[in-house]
Design a protein around this ligand. Structure first.
Ligand code: PSU
Ligand code: MN
Length: 304
């Protein structure tokens, strides 16, 4: 069924055919995570970084009900600019396909499509998770459910403290999702290298990580892998500064009764506003770094 609605960009098609390393990228970060024109500039930059590091980039999105594995420049521009792009996670696929809508794929949706065509490594900024106050309002991202069953390694800068990071990590453990951290003993919190949570799973050699992930899937241990890559020191925020900003953003979301899939984009936008754009700069730098590490991982997974 899927073949009927999927278009694979030539560069990606050739890479798949010849077993070359490929890294996928999501589009929610473009449509709902960053403002124009920084979003489209960043999207193109990430593709270049992946190419420079020996892999082929595949930015994934949905245009008029068709699944695009690798977006052309005009399609990227459209997803970056148009105001009616649907934020697509697992449950939204039938609607956008049937009604021929255009959609930006979340971490969950990008994992589904990556796996479908055989892409094993995916780079993004941050994954969704268990929201703060979940005991009152049960807000848990579909990203976590997807990580529990879909064979894709997601390179991210950890989890933002708009979320309950501890509960997110417990949930991942419950769902048997391995978490690895690049060159650190502490799980990173997106804008900062620290979250106060020390974990096992430190990786100092990317070959080791590639070996572990290949082994996981070779032996049938299905499901995703979280690769947490701390933001480079020079771009990291001060813990106290970002904590205050996030608390203010959370308060505003509550006051404005923001619910469902609008919560995360609302908070990201508020954080950007409250940091006067500094958060956007950090966001761009960390996702650049993640793209580089993801390309290295994809290259090593093929070498072994
Ligand atoms: N976290 C970020 N930036 C993002 C997202 C999350 O720091 O852009 C996006 C990703 O696409 C992620 C989605 O998959 O939000 C999660 O949304 P929700 O919390 O509604 O599941
Ligand atoms: Mn949610």
């Amino acid at each position: 069924m899927w073949e009927k609605i999927i278009d694979i960009k030539e560069e990606v098609k050739v890479a798949l055919e010849f077993g070359k390393p490929i890294v996928s990228l999501e589009s929610t970060i473009i449509s709902h995570g960053m403002p124009y024109p920084e979003n489209v500039e960043t999207a193109k930059l990430l593709e270049d970084i992946i190419r420079k590091n020996g892999a082929v980039p595949a930015t994934i999105g949905i245009i008029g009900g068709r699944i695009k594995i690798g977006l052309e420049d005009d399609e990227l521009e459209f997803l970056a600019k148009d105001k009616n792009i649907v934020k697509v996670s697992r449950r939204d696929f039938p609607e956008v396909i049937a009604l021929k809508k255009s959609g930006a794929t979340t971490v969950a949706a990008t994992m589904i499509l990556s796996d479908l065509v055989g892409i094993k490594v995916f780079a993004t900024g941050g994954i969704g998770g268990v929201h703060r106050g979940y005991s009152e309002i049960l807000d848990i991202s579909q990203d976590l459910e997807e990580l529990s069953k879909t064979n894709v390694a997601v390179v991210c800068a950890g989890v933002k403290s708009i979320l309950d990071i501890k509960s997110t990590l417990e949930y991942l453990e419950t769902k048997s999702v391995p978490v690895y951290i690049i060159e650190s003993d502490e799980f990173p919190a997106f804008y900062t290298r620290e979250s106060g949570i020390k974990l096992e799973g430190r990786i100092d050699k990317i070959e080791d990580l590639a070996n572990i992930i290949n082994t996981k899937w070779d032996y049938g241990f299905n499901g995703g892998v979280v690769v947490a890559n701390p933001i480079p020191k020079e771009f990291a925020f001060d813990n106290e500064v970002i904590d205050k900003v996030i608390n203010d953003a959370l308060l505003e979301a509550k006051e404005n009764n923001i619910v469902g899939k609008k919560v995360t984009p609302f908070l990201l936008d508020k954080i950007k506003e409250l940091t006067k754009g500094e958060s956007l700069k950090a966001n761009i730098e960390l996702v650049k770094h993640n793209s580089k590490v993801a390309a290295e991982l994809a290259v090593n997974m093929i070498k072994i």
